[in-house]
Design a protein around this ligand. Structure first.
Ligand SMILES: [Zn+2]
Length: 144
């Protein structure tokens, strides 16, 4: 069994169990996955936010699923959605990311989703401290 965090076209998030990822794909294609909040079958796997894990703020916290499944175009589309989701729902803290992430982790700051920049050293430090976060996807147009 595998549990997926799902999100409908209206933005309702919920979780559902599937026997495996193929079962999810089949049910999603057949329109058998229904949002419990609004009844739409326009449901997909929820997008992930590079948020600090916390028992208090589950909203912006999600674990990355198996990344980069399927064709590259689809992966890029997913990453684009992810970035949109993050920039809409999280606070940009710029180079203070490591600081803020640590404070949130230690419950010294408001529990919230944040994103920003961190150096390689800071990333390593955060990992050592057990702070969970995820790299923001880099999109092809970033290099234009
Ligand atoms: Zn819904």
């Amino acid at each position: 069994m595998i549990k997926y965090s799902l999100q409908c076209a209206e933005g309702h998030q919920f979780e559902a169990w599937f026997s495996n990822s193929a079962a999810y794909d089949a049910q999603a294609k057949a329109g058998q996955i229904v949002c419990p909040a609004c009844g739409t079958t326009d449901v997909r796997k929820a997008l992930m936010a590079p948020a600090v894990r916390s028992s208090r703020s589950r909203e912006a916290v999600a674990r990355p699923g198996p990344a980069a499944e399927g064709p590259a175009g689809e992966a890029i589309e997913l990453m684009r959605k992810l970035r949109e989701h993050v920039t809409r729902n999280a606070e940009y803290v710029g180079p203070r990311f490591a600081d803020e992430a640590m404070k949130i982790h230690n419950e010294e700051a408001e529990q919230r989703g944040i994103y920003g920049e961190a150096s390689e050293r800071e990333v390593k430090l955060l990992r050592e401290e057990g702070v969970e976060f995820y790299p923001m996807p880099v999109l092809p147009e970033d290099h234009n």
